[in-house]
Design a protein around this ligand. Structure first.
Ligand code: ADP
Ligand code: MG
Length: 322
């Protein structure tokens, strides 16, 4: 007899790898119960991943599990929030236990790193789709939003951009990169590092923040339109990894960094008089932080080369309905 959904939940998802003492009741009842700390605000976010849309069907299930949580933790990072609890609604075509075991391994590996407890979910049969909801907290009034960028703030990004874009391009065209380069790029695409600690460090420092899921142009575009300002981007300053530089020409690399999604780095704005504080805060972090432009009054995002000439990127980020 094939296992029931309850057997599968018990075996693969009801794990004690993270047991938070603010969880009064976790998996196994009709709803979870949380003891929410006073003085904090609740941050909620959800993201769906669909086979064939967000990842190729044959992706390692451990990577799928990892990324399904990572993209949600990245949203918490962009809010300056500390992630704490997650739910998982998983639809699978077959009760494939090998697949579930790998999927859970990837999911819980990242959950353990950030002390996020899986407190509930749903398990159904159908085309492979997963929706994770993550719940986090932030001291009252301290959440970073897209709305606070002000004229003359400096624009920063964490890490390097375009790695996931190049990984996807080389997957699709089966060209180019080999060896450790390939492993680096696959890692950047399949196991993005949510910048949670960095986001928390930006509380009280950044005036606005977003995570880069759709490319720098599109996501910075969200900041400037929500804030009622514009931006000047210096494309020569965009941080590119050595792997991207070695495997594509500089112009193509910049276009990728601007327009390709899935990097899950943070983009944020900081007033000029807080730059020393920012540098000090990022001393502890391995990912690095780079100034890529300035907030200006005129709406929209404009890109300039190092010689001051305007640069016209060919595409903006991925859109599901266009
Ligand atoms: P109900 O029928 O009351 O919605 P379910 O049968 O869907 O309950 O789930 C039983 C318990 O298992 C619930 O506590 C639910 O949150 C949890 N659960 C179901 N699917 C998952 C999953 N994929 N991951 C974690 N917990 C799950
Ligand atoms: Mg249910």
């Amino acid at each position: 007899m094939p296992p029931s959904e309850f057997d599968l939940i018990e075996k693969y998802f009801h794990r004690t790898i993270v047991t938070r003492n603010d969880v009064a009741l976790g998996i196994g009842d009709d709803a979870a119960v949380i003891r929410f700390p006073p003085g904090m605000e609740l941050t909620l976010s959800t993201d769906t991943m669909i086979a064939g849309v967000h990842f190729p069907e044959d992706t390692d299930p451990a990577d799928i599990g990892y990324k399904a949580l990572a993209v949600n933790l990245s949203d918490m990072a962009a809010m300056g929030a500390e992630p704490a609890w997650a739910t998982l609604a998983l639809t699978i075509p077959e009760p494939d236990e090998q697949w579930l075991d790998r999927f859970a391994a990837g999911f819980f590996e990242l959950a353990a790193e950030f002390s996020v407890q899986l407190i509930g979910g749903d398990l159904t049969r159908g085309p492979l789709v997963m929706t994770v909801q993550v719940h986090g907290m932030v001291p009252a009034g301290m959440a970073l939003t897209r709305r606070g960028a002000r004229v003359f703030d400096q624009i920063y990004v964490t890490g390097t951009l375009g790695d996931a874009g190049l990984a996807l391009a080389s997957l699709k065209h089966a060209n180019g990169v080999r060896g450790w380069c390939d492993r680096f790029l696959q890692g950047r695409l399949n196991r993005p590092t949510p910048r949670v600690r960095e986001g928390i460090a930006l509380r009280g420092l950044a005036t606005s923040a977003i995570d880069i899921s759709d490319g720098l142009l599109a996501d910075l575009g969200h900041i400037v339109s929500a804030s009622g300002v514009g931006a000047r981007l210096c494309i020569a300053d965009i941080p590119l990894s050595s792997v991207v530089l070695e495997n594509s020409d500089r112009d193509a690399a910049r276009r990728m960094a601007l327009s390709a999604g899935d990097d899950y780095e943070l983009c944020f704005t900081v007033p000029r008089d807080r730059q020393a504080l920012l540098k000090a805060a990022f001393n502890h972090f391995a990912c690095g932080v780079t100034c890529v432009g300035t907030i200006l009054e005129a709406p929209g995002v404009r890109c300039y080369g190092s010689d001051g000439t305007e640069f016209h990127p060919d595409a903006i980020g991925y859109r599901h309905f266009q």
